[in-house]
Ligand binder design. Structure first.
Ligand SMILES: Cc1cc2nc3c(=O)[nH]c(=O)nc-3n(C[C@H](O)[C@H](O)[C@H](O)COP(=O)(O)OP(=O)(O)OC[C@H]3O[C@@H](n4cnc5c(N)ncnc54)[C@H](O)[C@@H]3O)c2cc1C
Length: 449
């Protein structure tokens, strides 16, 4: 290893990248972190709960098509990861339930990310913001760093024993969304940092990495149609998490998913329906108990419907189901059919009968006027497919899934953990970021260094 060679080069300074770099720096390793944006932090600056499933079995139950090795590594690493946040002097609040099956801690992620960055700099590491990466440096199949372009346009060669790709996924690139998720995903809204455009993916693929799994889907939420997401405060403020307690109809006036399975899953299902838009119908009970209430302990409730209305969403309050017949024609939905379907649903749940699609959880009728109607569309937070990896955060090769020497991946750049299911984004970024750090600190560079 040359004198100017650092132990770790990180490309992407969000949850995964900052965690890995700070951990290596804390143990005396030398690091350089390259961040595309003016400021580090990525989507993690908008996130607040470090959570996942409580056990491997539960994670496997909700995510049966995910890689079992990664599921086990996530659960095994979770407690140490929480301890590491606390070690940096950042509070992790007592655990609370998340999404019904999960558990996790509310964390001031901004404090955590800033503490990581400070630690890196204090230990003599470099954090280069507004910096792009042109190419990975490779030698006989071994990745040995990267060539970067600094904000003034000058180039800098960074030699490294290990290079970690942590650019946060490809959700910011409409073409990649269309290619890997669904043709209609080109048009969907982005509820995430705008810089994660698949550059980590491209660098990994150029080095011979494997990509997958196919059709893994994405994590996202339903958002009000026609409302700009340029203000990140809207990512959480306007997300229609309450869809789990409402009924969602597609443009043909039919239900198509068990809404109670989770807003994030309904979001993926809506993308596959004609025009990828739908009408979300709730009643006064749902408005009282879910729309205006807190969706997770620690986050105060606000009237989301009001917020969406004020933001210019296509929405209406109907005093009775009869009024659905007068739904504005320009909305394009068959109002009378939707009214009929709500009435059929109500009759079925009152009689204890089956609804189609079935409904596992909230099986109460929507019959308390007024009715709250809003048009919803899918929006994406991060992608599930990515560079295939193992529990040590090594990137696996396309030819035979051997480890690509010198190359690591963590966070949403990595694929394999989730397939059309979700149990947290911060926790995997943190756990596999720390796993990457362990690999670096163990000094077992695949290239024999
Ligand atoms: C509104 C919102 C709320 C969320 N809430 C939660 C929550 O409560 N709990 C939870 O578990 N998850 C939550 N998430 C998801 C969570 O934020 C992500 O899963 C997590 O941040 C992923 O970590 P990452 O390091 O892969 O990506 P990020 O944290 O997004 O970091 C990626 C970084 O890479 C940078 N980058 C991109 N391209 C390049 C390049 N070419 N070169 C250098 N740098 C580059 C980006 O600018 C960014 O700084 C939320 C996300 C959003 C948007």
């Amino acid at each position: 290893m040359g004198a100017g060679t650092v132990d770790l080069l990180v490309i992407g300074g969000g949850m995964a990248g900052l965690s890995a770099a700070a951990r290596v720096a804390s143990e005396g390793g030398s690091v350089v972190l390259v961040e595309r944006a003016e400021r580090t932090g990525g989507s993690a600056r908008f996130a607040g709960f470090v959570w996942t499933a409580p056990t491997v079995e539960e994670l496997r139950r909700i995510n049966p098509d995910g890689d079992p090795e990664l599921a086990t590594a996530l659960l095994n690493g979770f407690e140490d990861a929480v301890a590491w946040i606390r070690l940096l002097g950042v509070e992790c609040r007592p655990p609370v339930p998340v999404l019904g099956f999960g558990r996790g801690h509310q964390v001031d992620t901004n404090r955590y990310l800033d503490a990581c960055e400070r630690l890196i700099r204090d230990r003599g590491g470099d954090v280069l913001t507004a910096t792009r990466t042109r190419d990975l440096l490779t030698e006989d199949g071994v990745v040995r760093g990267a060539e970067c372009v600094l904000p003034d346009g000058s180039r800098r060669r960074i030699d490294a024993a290990w290079t970690l790709l942590a650019t946060g996924g490809f959700q910011g690139d409409p073409d990649l969304r269309a290619e890997h998720i669904h043709p209609r995903a080109r048009e969907i809204g982005l509820r995430a940092n705008p810089y994660s455009r698949g550059e980590g993916l491209a660098l990994g693929l150029a080095a011979g990495a494997a990509f997958g799994p196919k059709d893994a889907g994405f994590y996202g939420h339903l958002m009000p149609a026609g409302v700009s997401l340029s203000d990140p405060a809207r990512f959480v403020g306007l997300a229609l998490y309450y869809s789990e307690h409402a009924l969602l109809f597609d443009i043909t006036g039919e239900r198509f998913a068990d809404e109670t399975a989770g807003d994030h899953l309904t979001t993926m299902a809506l993308l596959e329906r004609p025009q990828a838009r739908g009408l979300l119908v709730a009643d006064a009970r749902v408005h009282r108990e879910w729309i205006s209430a807190s969706y997770v302990e620690g986050i105060p409730g606000v009237d989301k419907f009001q917020l969406c209305h004020r933001a210019g969403a296509r929405c209406a309050v109907a005093d009775s189901l009869e009024e659905f017949a007068w739904m504005p024609a320009e909305w394009g939905y068959p109002g009378t059919r939707i009214r009929d379907r709500v009435e059929e649903f109500n009759a079925a749940v009152r009689d204890g009968g089956e609804t189609a699609p079935g409904r596992l959880l909230d099986r109460q009728p929507l019959d308390e006027p007024p009715f709250y109607v809003i048009e919803a569309v899918p929006a994406i937070t991060f992608t599930f497919s990515g560079l295939l990896t193992d529990a040590g955060a090594h990137v696996l090769s396309a030819d035979g899934h051997h480890r690509i020497p010198g190359l690591l991946v963590a966070g949403a750049d990595a694929g394999g953990l989730y397939r059309r299911a979700y149990a947290g984004g911060l926790a995997p970024a943190l756990v596999f970021g720390l796993a990457a750090a362990r690999t670096v600190l163990a000094g077992t560079a695949g290239g024999g260094r």
